[in-house]
Each structure stands twice: as structure tokens, then as C-alpha cells.
Ligand binder design. Structure first.
Ligand code: PHE
Length: 421
């Protein structure tokens, strides 16, 4: 791991107190400000911290959070009135009425590794735990990768038989029109006491009865195509059996939700061993893209009135594109350094590192990034095609060129690659 400290400001407020602030890069892809809080000449400086939601978190070799991500924490799109994600959330909530279902819509995205993974039975070597997939604040703390991170606590709180948790979730991922490193999920769960259901014919009979009585909707999405969906058997460490629901969208099958029967270890650990139930986690963007005909996931983050003013609370309307602005493709090919020449002997480069560099440099001007193969001899060579396009204006070629230059600079400076074209 490489840590680069760039002090920006050294201030002496009195003989005994010194404040130091600056920027920290962890393997290049991480850039955020740090503050060494005041210390007296007798005490050693406090270790660097990152401030999120008003709290300081120690940073360590696990930290891989970028400013592009941390600055989005306050947005909470699912709570913005008349935003398509909020409209979608309320629509689903209306099918799961209180008091059986309680809604939790403002749980902090900062959770422990225990909440996000351990409490759900994720094995220690599960790929989801890796730094290439998950944003770590430090070794013990992450930005939740799914709303299931709150299942165990909510079961334990025991305040209702069912719940819906809507929230922003964070995953290092590909860049394309259906993936964004932040998206919104809704977790639903419902528990029954086996004993209490005995007199009514058992749990399955009670569930069937309840499904019949749930409010129905007559909604058709704004999409022109007939909806194609399929159920696929799946695996999640915290449900069994498990399924995924997929939907056909722009030529691909997209995962819409995961669900299953809650593993008995969860109610057992929550001191409700007699209970049994189901849980689901649904991606709100993907439902909203279908309902409103929204063609690109970046649009949800737009502050452009031409986007926001198209939607009204409680209404589903078809999105009208402002215009199709031209895209600008740029390729970059590079050799990875051999382990001996790399700084700190570090050569590993994950596709998601490329995605993170592009996100940090180009923000929402990057529409998709594809890896393609280039003939090579021996040394590992990588090639990426980046498609730059603004959803709000025509992007000038000069601007795309300078973004591309900045991407190459980060690759060279922080990953020690040799750019070949
Ligand atoms: N948390 C799972 C995911 O994000 C979805 C899920 C939720 C699956 C609840 C089963 C039960 O992929």
C-alpha cells in the first residue's frame, strides 16, 4: 500500500497547539482531506482521521473512500420529494401497510463490518468483503453495500413484525448505464411466530392468506415494451432457499431483487428463535428506470431542472429526454509494472480501480468504461475504452481530452503503469 501525504496548511495557533490539514492519497484512487487535530508539544500527533456525518474516523490501510463518494452521502435521493426514487419508494411502501410494516428511511450508511457481513453469515473469504468491491472507511467500518446490513439489528429491536428499510448503498462497480457506485435499495422482511400460526393452519397458510389481502396496484410502467421478468435460483448467506428476480432491459437481463426465507441463525441471534419469515432487497433505481423509462442511472443524480421538474409526487410519468448529446470515445492502453519496479512491490490492479479513477476524474461525465484485449507479449497489458458524454450539454472534445489526460496521469503517478497509447 502507498500512502502519500500532501500537507496543505500548517498553522500554529499558539505555542502548544498545531493544526495540520492536507490531502491523503491511498493508492491514488483515494483523495480526501485530513486534519490532525490540535495537540500539545508533549503529546504525539493524533493519527489522521476522516470526517463523515460529523464524526471522525481513523483511517488505515483499508481506507479506500474517494471524495466523489463521500460528498454524495448527504444527498439521500430516496427522501427528496418528487424525485423518481422517492415516488418509487412510496409506491412500494403503500403495498406494505402499517402497523404490520414499519418504515425506516434514515439509517446511517456508515456501518460496521460486523453489521454488513458477519451478522449475515458472510464467510471471511467472501469476495464482497474485498477492498476492490466495498468502500472501507477503515478496517472495521464500511459504507453499507446493501440494506441487509440492518436486518439483524431491526429483527432484534422487535418493534414490528415486518419492516421496509430504504437507503443509499455503496459498491465499487463497473461504469455503464445501469451501474453507479451509489444506488438505493429497499429491504423488506416479515416474521411470523410458528406457535401463533398453528391455530390458523401453519405459517404457509397464514402467508398465503396475507398475500391475498395485501393492497394490489394497477400500475403499468412508462416503458413501451411489454415487461419480461424471470425468477432465478440464487445464493445469499442469510436466506435459504433464495431467488433473484430479473427483468429484461435494453437487451440484457438485469437483477431487480434478491429474496428468500431468512436463515434461522438470524432470528436465533436476535432472541426470537420461534420466528420464521422472508426477506427481500430490491434496487429502487432499476424499478424506477422501468416505471419512468429513465435510460441512464446517472440521471437520478442530476440537479438539472429539466430532469427534476418532470416528476410529481405520487405520479408515474414517462421521462422525456432533453436531447441526445454526442459521446466522445477515448482509449487508453498501458502496461502494468512488474512487481519489482512497482512502488511497495504492489502490482495488483483491479478493473474497479480503473472505474474509481475515471469516476474521480470525470464524475458523471463518464458514461461507460469497457475493458478490451490487446495482443501482448508476456507483460500484463490492459486497455480501456472510456465513453465520455454529458447528459445535460454537449461535451467539447478538448474537455474530454483533458479528462483523458488526467486519467492517464493518475494511472502513471499512482499505479506506476507505462502508458502505451
Ligand atoms: N442484500 C441482497 C443484495 O443486495 C439482497 C437480498 C435481500 C437477498 C434480502 C435476500 C434477502 O444482493
Amino acid at each position: 500500500m502507498r500512502l502519500a501525504f500532501t500537507p496543505r496548511n500548517l498553522s500554529r495557533t499558539s505555542g502548544a497547539f498545531v493544526g495540520l490539514s492536507g490531502v491523503i492519497r491511498v493508492r491514488g484512487i483515494t483523495q480526501f482531506r485530513f486534519q490532525w487535530r490540535k495537540y500539545s508539544t508533549k503529546e504525539p500527533p493524533s493519527p489522521p482521521t476522516i470526517q463523515l456525518e460529523g464524526r471522525h474516523y481513523l483511517i488505515d490501510e483499508w481506507t479506500n473512500l474517494s471524495s466523489h463518494i463521500s460528498s454524495a452521502l448527504p444527498r439521500k435521493l430516496h427522501l427528496q420529494p418528487s424525485h423518481p426514487l422517492s415516488i418509487t419508494r412510496r409506491l412500494i411502501e403503500s403495498r406494505f401497510p402499517g402497523p404490520t410494516y414499519q418504515y425506516h428511511n434514515d439509517l446511517s450508511p456508515i456501518v460496521s463490518v460486523h453489521q454488513n457481513f458477519d451478522s449475515l453469515g458472510f464467510p471471511i473469504n467472501h469476495p464482497g468483503r474485498s477492498r476492490t468491491d466495498t468502500y472501507y472507511i477503515n478496517k472495521d467500518t464500511v459504507l453499507r453495500t446493501h440494506t441487509s446490513a440492518h436486518q439483524a439489528d431491526t429483527f432484534r429491536s422487535g418493534t414490528s413484525d415486518g419492516f421496509l428499510i430504504s437507503a443509499d448503498v455503496y459498491r465499487r462497480d463497473a461504469i455503464d448505464r445501469s451501474h453507479y457506485p451509489i444506488f438505493h435499495q429497499m429491504e423488506g422482511a416479515r416474521m411470523w411466530s410458528r406457535d401463533a400460526c398453528k391455530a390458523r393452519g401453519g405459517v404457509p397458510a397464514v402467508i398465503r392468506e396475507e398475500i391475498e389481502s395485501m393492497p394490489k396496484h394497477g400500475i403499468n410502467g412508462a416503458s413501451e415494451e411489454p415487461l419480461r421478468v424471470r425468477w432465478v435460483e440464487a445464493y445469499f448467506p442469510f436466506t435459504s432457499p433464495s431467488w433473484e428476480l430479473e427483468v429484461y432491459w435494453q437487451g440484457n437481463w438485469l437483477e431487480l431483487l434478491g429474496c428468500g426465507v431468512v436463515q434461522q441463525s438470524l432470528p436465533k441471534n436476535a432472541d426470537i428463535p420461534d420466528k420464521i419469515g422472508w426477506a427481500f432487497g430490491v434496487g429502487l433505481e432499476r424499478i424506477a428506470m422501468l416505471l419512468f423509462g429513465i435510460p441512464d442511472i446517472r440521471l437520478f443524480w442530476s440537479l438539472d431542472k429539466r430532469f427534476l421538474e418532470q416528476f410529481k409526487e405520487g405520479e408515474i410519468s414517462r421521462f422525456v429526454p432533453f436531447s441526445k448529446f454526442p459521446s466522445c470515445y477515448k482509449d487508453v492502453a498501458f502496461w502494468l509494472p512488474s512487481s519489482s519496479s512497482a512502488a511497495g512491490g504492489q502490482v495488483s490492479f483491479h478493473e474497479n480501480d480503473m472505474m474509481e479513477i475515471v469516476r474521480n476524474v470525470a464524475g458523471d461525465l463518464a458514461e461507460d468504461v469497457d475493458e478490451f484485449t490487446h495482443p501482448n507479449t508476456g507483460r500484463k497489458s490492459l486497455c480501456f475504452r472510456i465513453n465520455y458524454r454529458s447528459l445535460e450539454r454537449t461535451l467539447k472534445n478538448d474537455e474530454a481530452n483533458s479528462l483523458q489526460k488526467a486519467v492517464k496521469r493518475v494511472l502513471v503517478e499512482e499505479f506506476g503503469v507505462e502508458v502505451r497509447g
